[in-house]
Design a binder for this molecule. Structure first.
Ligand code: ZN
Length: 321
């Protein structure tokens, strides 16, 4: 029997170019908290930067592999082509004004099926949607300079997968991952995990413009939430039994992970809620120093020397704590 039921999105991981531009944009412009500075465990000569709410709660997290000089990718079929964050409905106008006052590539808000959506692109071209979400009770990060608490980004809202065919992806989302299709119309279908609130939604959009190219400014993978490692192991067995090629369980220090590709080509991950980001530094000090997993710690000096120095914002609540 298949009972894989992710509780929502865990994180989205994307590819950036210059790491400092990445930090500046997500902390100072979008007002997310830099919750972890570590390296790509599979390629420790590059950073892995995590952003989220105050504690790095699952379903608030966006992470980046910044590869200096990486060519710009291209959104298209087989990629996650938009990452949406939730903001209070009354805040869309505030964000529109804020983004217009900064050198940010942002569109005017549009009405998408009765919901206001403001689309912007980060300095490396990654598409971010700010979605008006009534009833999202998450508080986001209240320590960002320039973003009052009432307008703070609350956490992930949804992702958009662009696909040439709906059915194969739909089967995986509904039959294997326990999501329900709540809306289908025009060129989009919406899938909900659990209660289907902000942070528990996947949109599939019809793509007719050809395949995407994964590189700078595109999403690398989307991760869904498993409550614990035991459940994750059971889910892995069920995926294997359904003929899905899924990886071993991989230790990502802040969670454990399994990966597989959906039929349209998007890389999926299932990540555990535990142990979380306070496992190797105090909550007040999240993201301020380079953290390495135990197995890379012996190489710290060499790793740190190869990485560009990062200026992290000193104007948030973690400063000096
Ligand atoms: Zn991941």
């Amino acid at each position: 029997m298949n009972d894989i039921k992710p509780a929502g999105l865990h994180h989205v991981t994307a590819i950036a170019a210059d790491p400092q531009q990445n930090v500046d944009f997500y902390t100072r412009v979008l007002g997310l908290r830099l919750i972890k500075q570590t390296v790509n465990f599979d390629a420790p000569d590059t950073y892995h930067l995590y952003y989220g709410d105050t504690t790095g709660s699952p379903s608030t997290i966006l992470t980046f592999f910044p590869w200096k000089g990486v060519p710009r990718g291209r959104n298209g079929a087989g990629l996650t082509t938009a990452t949406a964050f939730s903001v209070p409905p009354a805040s869309i106008g505030w964000w529109q004004k804020r983004l217009a006052s900064l050198p940010v590539d942002a569109d005017a808000p549009v009405d998408r099926d009765g919901t206001e959506v403001l689309t912007l692109r980060d300095p490396h071209g990654l598409v971010i949607d700010l979605v008006a979400s009534p009833g999202d009770t998450r508080s986001g990060w209240d320590g960002a300079a320039g973003v009052p608490d009432e307008h703070a980004v609350r956490g992930l809202h949804s992702v958009t997968l662009s696909e040439t065919q709906l059915e194969p992806t739909q089967r995986v989302l509904s039959e294997l991952l326990g999501m329900s299709m709540t809306d289908e119309g025009g060129d989009r279908a919406r899938f909900a995990m659990q209660d289907g609130g902000a942070g528990a939604l996947v949109d599939v959009a019809a793509e007719t413009g050809g395949p995407g190219r994964q590189a700078g400014g595109t999403v690398h993978h989307v991760a869904f939430r498993a409550p614990d490692t035991q459940t994750q192991l059971q889910w892995r067995q069920q995926l294997l039994a359904a003929g899905v090629r899924v990886t071993e369980v991989i230790d990502r220090q802040y969670f454990t992970a399994i990966y597989f590709r959906e039929p349209g080509g998007v890389l999926f991950e299932i990540a555990t809620d535990q142990p979380g980001f306070a496992i190797d530094e105090p909550l007040l000090a999240l993201g301020r120093e380079l953290k390495l997993p135990p197995w890379l710690e012996p190489d710290r000096e060499q790793i740190a020397r190869a990485l560009p120095t990062l200026q992290v914002p000193a104007d948030d609540r973690g400063a000096g704590a």
